[in-house]
Ligand binder design. Structure first.
Ligand SMILES: Cc1ncc(COP(=O)(O)O)c(C=O)c1O
Length: 380
C-alpha cells in the first residue's frame, strides 16, 4: 500500500515542503485541480458565456459523485454545501402530527443540529442522541430515543470532533425499524472510506468536495434513494430544481422528477470544475484502496501515540481512520507549534486532529510523532 503515496505524492506540490495531515479540514491541492481552475478561466475568457459547456460540467460532477458512492446519477443533486443539502431534505419531509421529530447525534457537525433546532420554530420536536462513554454514539440511548414519532434520523459517518466512526448499520436499521428516514452526513469520510449506498442502506447521503474529495469549497451533493425521490417535495427550492430549468415560468412550481429537485439556484461552476478534477483522482484510485491504506496508517498512529503515553480520543472500533484525535490541554497551541515546524494539523473540542489520505505515508507519521513527542508541554 506504500505504493499509493509513492504514485501520487508528486501530484500534490505542498507535500514537497510540508507534512500535510489536515485533509479533515481541506484536501491538499493537486496539479489537476489547479489546472481545472485555470481551464475554467480559459473557457470563460475564450468562449464568453458557454452555458452548455458549464451545464455539461455539472452533469460530469453529478456522475462523479454517483460513481463515488455506487449510485445512479439521477439519484444525485449537486448542491452548494452540505448545509443546503440538509436544509432542503428537512424542507421536503412530509411532517404529520404523529411524525414530527428530527433526531441527530451529539457527534454531528453543528450545521445539522442548527438546521434541526431551527425547525423547532415550525413546531417540530428535536431530539439529540448523546455521546457514549467511549466517545462513540450511545446506542442504548438511540434505541430509546428513536421512536414512532421520528421522521428523520441524521448522523455523521465520522465525527469531526474525535474521528469516531459511527455504527451506520445499527443507526440506519433502527430508523427503518421505527418507520423513520435516515440521512448520513458523510463529509468526514467520503473519499477515504469506501461507501456504497446499496450496502449503507440509508435513505439519504450527503457530502462535500473540499476535504477527502480533494477539491475546494462551494460544491457538495445529496444522494436520495430513487424510490423516495418522488415522496420528498422540497419547499426550499429554486429554478435549477425545476423539471424544465429554462421554462422560466414564474407562476409554477414543478420540481424535477429526479434528485435534481433538491438543487436551488445557478450551480457553483468554478467549484464544479475543481470537483470533477478532485473526485476524478479519488475515483481513479478507488476508495477501497484508499481506505485500506488510510486504516493501516491510522492503526500505526494510534498504537504509537499510546506507546508515547498520549490519550487517543478516537474510539478504536468499529474501525479507525481517516481522522485520529488526541486529547490535548492546549490543542490550539500545539497546532501552532507544529505549523512552525512545517506540520499541518487542526484542533477541535480539546483534541488535536491528525487526518490521513492517499498521499500520506510513514515518513509523515515519523515526522509528526517525533515533533508531537517533543511538545509534551501542550499535552496536559
Ligand atoms: C461532518 C461535516 N458536516 C458538514 C460540514 C459543513 O458543510 P458545509 O459547510 O458544506 O455546509 C462539515 C464541515 O467541516 C463537516 O465536517
Amino acid at each position: 500500500m506504500a505504493d499509493l503515496p509513492r504514485r501520487w505524492r508528486r501530484r500534490f506540490p505542498i507535500l514537497e515542503h510540508t507534512t500535510y495531515l489536515n485533509s479533515c479540514s481541506q484536501g491538499a491541492l493537486s496539479d489537476r485541480v489547479r489546472a481545472a481552475y485555470a481551464r475554467y478561466l480559459e473557457d470563460w475568457d475564450e468562449l464568453g458565456s458557454p452555458w452548455d459547456l458549464w451545464v455539461g460540467k455539472e452533469v460530469e460532477a453529478r456522475e462523479a459523485f454517483a460513481r463515488l458512492v455506487g449510485a445512479r446519477p439521477d439519484e444525485v443533486a449537486v448542491t452548494g454545501s452540505v448545509s443546503h443539502a440538509v436544509s432542503t431534505v428537512v424542507s421536503a419531509l412530509p411532517i404529520e402530527e404523529s411524525r414530527d421529530t428530527l433526531v441527530y447525534t451529539a457527534l454531528d457537525f453543528p450545521t445539522v443540529g442548527q438546521i434541526f433546532w431551527a425547525q423547532e420554530r415550525r413546531g417540530l420536536r428535536i431530539v439529540e442522541i448523546p455521546e457514549g462513554p467511549d466517545g462513540g454514539v450511545d446506542l442504548a440511548a438511540a434505541d430509546r430515543l428513536v421512536d414512532e414519532r421520528t421522521a428523520l434520523v441524521s448522523f455523521s459517518l465520522v465525527s469531526y470532533r474525535n474521528g469516531a466512526r459511527l455504527p451506520a448499520a445499527e443507526l440506519v436499521g433502527l430508523a427503518r425499524e421505527r418507520g423513520a428516514l435516515s440521512l448520513v452526513d458523510g463529509y468526514q469520510g467520503l473519499g477515504a472510506i469506501d461507501v456504497d449506498v446499496g450496502d449503507l442502506g440509508a435513505d439519504l447521503l450527503t457530502g462535500g468536495a473540499l476535504k477527502y474529495l480533494l477539491a475546494s469549497a462551494g460544491v457538495a451533493f445529496l444522494w436520495c434513494r430513487s424510490e423516495l425521490v418522488g415522496r420528498l417535495v422540497p419547499t426550499q427550492t429554486g429554478w435549477f430544481a425545476d423539471e424544465d430549468i429554462f421554462a422560466m415560468d414564474v407562476h409554477d412550481y414543478s420540481p424535477a422528477p429526479d434528485a435534481r429537485r433538491f438543487q436551488a439556484g445557478t450551480p457553483p461552476i468554478p467549484s464544479i470544475y475543481a470537483a470533477v478534477a478532485g473526485l476524478g483522482i479519488v475515483n481513479e484510485v478507488g476508495t477501497r484502496a484508499i481506505e485500506t491504506h488510510v486504516e493501516e496508517l491510522a492503526r500505526r498512529l494510534v498504537e504509537e501515540l499510546e506507546e508515547l503515553g498520549a490519550t487517543v480520543a478516537t474510539p478504536k472500533s468499529p474501525q479507525v481512520g481517516p481522522l485520529v484525535a488526541v486529547r490535548c490541554g492546549d490543542a490550539e497551541g500545539l497546532v501552532t507549534a507544529l505549523r512552525g515546524e512545517g506540520i499541518v494539523t487542526s484542533a477541535r473540542d480539546g483534541n488535536l486532529r491528525v487526518s490521513l489520505h492517499l498521499y500520506n505515508d510513514d515518513t509523515d507519521l515519523d515526522r509528526f510523532l517525533t515533533a508531537f513527542s517533543a511538545h509534551r508541554t501542550y499535552w496536559g
